[in-house]
Design a protein around this ligand. Sequence first.
Ligand code: SAM
Length: 213
Amino acid sequence: MRYDQPMSDPISSKPQLASSTGGLPSAVGWSQLLLTDRLRPGDAVVDATAGNGHDTLFLASLVGPQGRVWAFDVQEAAVLETRRRLAEAGFGETCAVIHAGHETMRQKLPEAFHGRLRGIMFNLGYLPGSDKSIITRTETTLQAVASALDLLADGGLLTVAVYPGHDGGADEQRQIAEWAASLPSRRYEVQLFRPINRSASPPECWVVWKRPV
Ligand SMILES: C[S@@+](CC[C@H](N)C(=O)[O-])C[C@H]1O[C@@H](n2cnc3c(N)ncnc32)[C@H](O)[C@@H]1O
């Protein structure tokens, strides 16, 4: 969906960015909403956690055939599924799906694109329906988000969907929150989207906008 398209489905009148229950957007829904608003055809972007390729395809659709997409995952099955999904949708040529951790992003991306990325999306945790022991780890996540900010263009957007409910997730959430709060406000604007009246540890979405200097 592009920004200039209607934000609701005229037939069901259900907002397109509602959660599955019709409520407010999920953590990933917020990421997608904000990236949809800002990405344009031809932009260069990264999906830092490819998984089943849904987010990679979402990004590829926004930046179109003139755009560039790099996606990372440590699981071979995720890489293969993402490549399959992209090829099926006709984006096989414009997207590179890299079988490596996102902490290697700086080394893997061509130098010409350093500081030129318009959007970088993290969807942390484990891949639903697969081995739950393969999860993002706080140490490498922190390395990766720091690299991501360096690689981002002025005016670019970083989104991080965080899931505190699984083993290790609460620590990752705490450290992401500390890192985000430490970012200098003259260079970065940071916002957090999260449900506040649920008793469980709800997923949350961090968004960092890199201010133009
Ligand atoms: C919540 S899933 C991502 C869902 C995905 N974006 C989608 O649209 O299906 C998290 C993914 O992060 C991957 N992952 C774990 N550690 C990683 C790392 N260091 N670098 C890149 N991906 C990693 C997992 O293998 C898993 O596929």
